[in-house]
Design a binder for this molecule. Structure first.
Ligand code: MF3
Ligand code: CO
Length: 291
């Protein structure tokens, strides 16, 4: 049985427009790409205008929290203090920190220092010191809509080689973003990120990637950076996902802390950097939702 929408009936996307002037061509394009063997997004991850508006409101908090952290972060501060700032600012603005109790995560934010790749757990015992690089990964739930982005911070005087790692990782995200456009492939973005890192002598973590996001913290698709141009899921207008490569100064190998089952470290103890943006695929390109 198939439920074909009448061409004059309201579109499934909730725009209020007739199907024939809204998503009919979209559906035909998706069906054709699927018939050609491509991975295509399911309708459930295509956001409606109303959902996009809600996600933007969530992202306003997420961005404000990161701005707040950037104004206060300094040497001598514990990562627990960053956690407190994130909790206070998020809740004061009407949001809930999405990491808190997410699959048992004990804190409101991930703080990953130097050779910590991601999922660092804030602690009173971890004091930021001169020369550290840290990723602060903030995620917000507001009215059931999710946002997620992360930034790197340089603490005091940071060595030239660590600065360069942080800078190149940021460039990776920006170069990847340029590849986000409707009817391209996630592999276009992934390969661009990968190539820029490797051209600079770095490696990219293979096992952990970005993700669809919006109505849930983590949705389809999984977004890797060891993918190839012309491969992986087709990008369609209304999709929202993160670009968040973890770039290592040394080898790509990682391990998970067996004491907390969360924190990921580089195998060789070399530094790792990560920036994360949340992007919306639009009708003619991409729009940053959270940075
Ligand atoms: N913010 C992380 C991401 O980019 C999620 C961390 S999972 C958590 O997907 F439980 F630690 F929050
Ligand atoms: Co994320």
């Amino acid at each position: 049985m198939s439920l074909k929408i009448g061409r004059n009936e309201p579109c499934w996307c909730g725009s209020g427009r007739k199907y024939k002037t809204c998503h009919e061509m979209f559906d035909e394009k998706i069906a054709w790409l699927k018939s050609q063997g491509h991975k295509v997004p399911s309708r459930t991850i295509i956001k409606t205008p109303e959902q996009i508006a809600g996600i933007r409101e969530s992202a306003k908090i997420n961005i404000a929290v990161l701005d707040y952290v950037s104004q206060h972060i300094r040497a001598g501060m514990s990562t627990e203090e960053i956690d407190r700032m994130v909790y206070e600012k998020t809740t004061a603005m009407g949001g809930i920190p999405a990491p808190l109790n997410y699959e048992g995560f004990p804190k409101s934010v991930c703080t990953s220092v130097n050779d910590q790749v991601c999922h660092g757990i804030p602690s009173e015992a971890d004091i930021l010191k001169d020369g550290d690089i840290i990723n602060v990964d903030v995620s917000t739930n507001r009215n059931g809509y999710y946002s997620d982005s992360s930034r790197m911070f340089l603490i005091g005087e940071v060595s030239e080689e660590k600065r360069r790692l942080v800078q190149v990782t940021k460039e990776c995200v920006e170069i990847g973003l340029k590849e986000v456009k409707p009817w391209g492939f996630l592999g276009d973005m992934g390969q661009a990120v990968h190539d820029h890192a490797y051209e600079n002598g770095y490696t990219v973590v293979r096992e952990i990637g970005g993700h669809g996001i919006g109505l849930e913290f983590h949705e389809e698709p999984w977004v890797g950076y060891n993918s190839k141009r012309g491969h992986e899921m087709v990008m369609a207008p209304g999709m929202i996902f993160t670009i968040e490569p973890m770039v290592n100064m040394g080898g790509a190998a990682i391990y998970v802390d067996s004491d907390n089952d969360w924190t990921v470290y580089t195998q060789d103890g070399m530094p790792s950097a990560q920036w994360e943006i949340q992007v919306l695929v639009t009708d003619d390109g991409a729009e940053i939702i959270s940075y």
